[in-house]
Design a protein around this ligand. Structure first.
Ligand code: F6P
Length: 324
């Protein structure tokens, strides 16, 4: 293998740049030519591909976002789009790919590799921490700390006004951010897509908590089955029907995706990037380089995509115990 390319796809995550840097420098270290594909699969289709050098990745290890940009490509979902993408790969003489992203990115990589036989290794880049085959995903730790900082601030004002706050964090299908920032931020309740919490349960808990506390924080993962924080607050307000209670909503949104990556995310991104290139050089393909118990583990894309990474049940229990 002489030429490889790297790209980022799907939602960006802090630490992706550290991972890109690692891929580029590991490739060059092993005498490979390295290319960067801009805008994920869209850039692959359009031939937006450029040669990367050591200096191309200078001064980015500490930066959020992705210097290769990202996109969610509709055209790549079609056979015709993927054929165009492969033709560009072939035209540039690229013999191996490193795909940084989440399960959508890996689904695309798996299809591409199956259809055209191009070797691909993935690096887990998503703030959601919902990828099977790695203890943590690149970006999760930073997003968690961003959310936690915000909760601390909301808590001050919630306490000052004796208010009940519903704070919405990211996590369309996953409650990792919600549960962990709920524990770290001392939330009274956490609502996540993985478990069912009815509005009646929330009302009951809040009424109970009111006997000992004057303010409360409810963390809601955006994908909860009862809706987002605003919707849940309206339902609770209606059900509780008590004019003396003051409810507010804060939606943290995309601030959770930005910012300088934490040390953990820079190290994880770097480690996975090195492992991905070395994996390609060893002839591995169709798998993700993740870290489990401080060791590099290559997990088949199929498992990464189809297997669940369940929330630790103990964590939900912790919140129940600690919120009394
Ligand atoms: O990065 C993952 C994620 O943050 C999800 O939790 C969220 O639902 C989604 O991305 C939103 O991404 P976008 O706004 O880019 O479509």
């Amino acid at each position: 293998m002489k030429k490889i390319a790297v790209f980022t796809s799907g939602g960006d995550a802090p630490g992706m740049n550290a991972c890109i840097r690692a891929v580029v420098r590991t490739g060059i270290y092993h005498d490979l030519e390295v290319y960067g594909i801009m805008y994920g699969y869209d850039g692959m289709i359009n031939g937006d591909i450029k040669r990367m050098h050591t200096h191309s990745v200078s001064n980015i290890v500490q930066r959020g976002g992705t210097i290769l940009k990202s996109a969610r490509s509709e055209e790549f979902r079609t056979g015709e789009g993927r054929k165009k993408a492969y033709e560009q790969i072939k035209k540039h003489g690229i013999e191996g790919l490193v795909a940084i992203g989440g399960d959508g990115t890996f689904t695309g990589a798996q299809i591409l590799s199956k259809e055209f036989g191009i070797p691909v290794i993935g690096c887990p880049g998503t703030i959601d921490n919902d990828i099977y085959g790695t203890d943590f995903t690149i970006g999760f730790d930073t997003a968690l700390n961003t959310a936690l900082e915000a909760i601390d601030k909301v808590r001050d004002t919630a306490a000052a006004h004796d208010r009940i706050f519903f704070i919405e964090v990211m996590g369309r299908d996953s409650g990792y951010i919600a549960v962990e920032c709920g524990i770290g931020g001392g939330a009274e309740l956490v609502m996540v897509p993985e478990t069912k919490t009815s509005i009646q349960d929330v009302v009951k808990s809040l009424k109970g908590l009111r006997k000992t506390k004057t303010s409360s924080i409810v963390v809601v993962a955006e994908g909860d089955e009862e809706g987002g924080a605003a919707e849940i607050m309206e339902k609770v307000k209606k059900d509780i029907n008590n004019e003396n209670l003051d409810f507010k909503v804060t939606t943290l949104g995309h601030i959770q995706r930005g910012g300088n990556p934490t040390a953990k995310d820079r190290i994880l991104g770097s480690w996975c990037g090195v492992a991905a290139v070395e994996g390609l050089m060893q002839g591995k393909t169709n798998c993700m380089a993740g870290i489990i118990h401080e060791e590099v583990v290559y997990t088949d894309f199929n498992d990464c995509i189809t297997k669940d990474k369940p929330l630790k049940k103990d964590y939900l229990k912790l919140i129940e115990i600690l919120s009394i």
